[in-house]
Write a new protein. Structure first.
Length: 82
């Protein structure tokens, strides 16, 4: 049985927004980077830093398991190709 998360354990609003941004599909090059700047108010570099930290965060996995597991598979595939 899963316990409900307390407010201290929940993801921040920004973390949830980063996961939501990654969950979407994008029509073409540049659209995602533009949306990151406009909607989140951060640079794409900072976005990917936050996203990479979230991939290993169990709270993120609990919040959006489909997106986090997909990102983990992509990361693992890239590592195995190196």
């Amino acid at each position: 049985m899963l316990d409900r998360m307390t407010d201290d354990q929940a993801l921040s609003e920004r973390d949830r927004a980063v996961l939501a941004m990654e969950h979407r599909s994008w029509p073409g090059p540049g659209a995602k980077e533009r949306a990151i700047r406009e909607q989140l108010g951060i640079s794409p570099v900072r976005y990917y830093q936050l996203l990479n930290a979230l991939i290993d965060d169990e709270r993120a996995l609990a919040h959006d398991p489909v997106t986090v597991n997909r990102l983990r598979r992509v990361r693992d595939a890239k590592r195995s190709r190196r």
